[in-house]
Design a protein around this ligand. Structure first.
Ligand SMILES: C[S@@+](CC[C@H](N)C(=O)[O-])C[C@H]1O[C@@H](n2cnc3c(N)ncnc32)[C@H](O)[C@@H]1O
Length: 273
């Protein structure tokens, strides 16, 4: 069944119920995103209407949690957009290292590939430097995968090209151990990563970071929520700190232009004034 924005009142009622029961707050996610996710969930579970779905999640905790999982889109990959990571490697790291580069935040880290990519960059560009990358998500299931750092070997091999595009000159396979099916991330790229539960909508700022990546997350929020979360990211950065967004995300309409200067338009890299 199709779920279009004409059905948004029904979706809003459902989201309000979910919020009251669980505290999970999807009320200000983008209508387009929500309609697509609900339609996919109805199809997958062979449900004929939102009303049927509403009834089912009222009756079953298990269905409710399946529904919540379906609202968290974990799509990610290592060195996603290799050119962005090249920019981080070649310009952001040397620039920040000249002042301070110790605390990094990967916000909305999904299953951890972004955080491991950063860890590899830091190991190559700042060997021996003491730093910590907090990698957070609101989805505990994704975080469990991230903490394990075990990925399919087939996918890891496919990431080699993106690693090279990021300017990597080492041997990408030296960062993991391979068994027949899996790649297990090496302790040397794991030890500076702290994976933790954090909800960008309901939790507050928890540190003053030098570098924040929040990529391909804001795109799922409506304008009001984008502005709210951008304030959180702004407060969480030190002056001169760097923010990196996803390729379809821009600061325009989220925060006053005087708050950030553009470092690289193509790579969506901004410096807090
Ligand atoms: C498409 S993935 C992006 C992953 C990674 N940043 C990247 O660019 O490859 C979006 C992630 O944002 C997370 N997310 C969505 N809403 C969130 C929220 N309110 N708080 C924290 N994470 C959230 C989802 O769980 C998902 O893991």
């Amino acid at each position: 069944m199709d779920v279009d924005e004409g059905k948004f009142e029904e979706i809003a009622a459902l989201l309000q119920d979910i919020y009251m029961r669980t505290g999970a707050d999807y009320r200000d996610y983008s209508p387009t995103f929500l309609c697509r996710r609900f339609a996919a969930f109805l199809r997958k579970n062979r449900l004929s209407s939102l009303a049927e779905l509403h009834q089912i999640i009222l009756e079953s905790e298990e269905s409710l949690h399946e529904m919540l999982d379906a609202l968290s889109l974990p799509t990610t990959r290592m060195f996603r957009d290799g050119a962005v990571f090249r920019q981080i490697r070649q310009s952001v790291i040397p620039d920040l290292a000249a002042t301070r580069l110790e605390k990094i935040w990967s916000a909305g880290c999904s299953t951890g590939e972004e955080a491991y990519s950063l860890s590899i960059l830091f190991k190559e560009e700042m060997p021996g430097k003491k730093l910590v990358t907090f990698a957070t998500d609101h989805n505990e299931k994704s975080l469990r995968i991230a903490r394990k750092g075990i990925y399919s070997l087939r996918r890891m091999r496919a990431y080699t090209q993106a690693y090279l595009e990021s300017g990597g000159t080492g041997d990408f396979s030296s960062y993991y151990f391979a068994d027949q099916e899996n790649a297990i991330m090496d302790e040397s790229v794991k030890r500076d990563l702290v994976f933790a539960l954090h909800n960008l909508v309901t939790d507050s700022s928890f540190n003053e970071f030098d570098l924040i990546l929040c990529r391909n997350v804001l795109i799922y929020f409506n304008k009001k929520l984008q502005q709210q979360v951008m304030q959180l990211l702004f407060r969480s950065l030190r002056p001169g700190g760097i923010l990196v967004l996803g390729d379809k995300e821009s600061l325009r309409s989220m925060i006053s232009e005087s708050s950030f200067e553009e470092v690289d338009r193509y790579s969506r890299i901004f410096r807090k004034r």
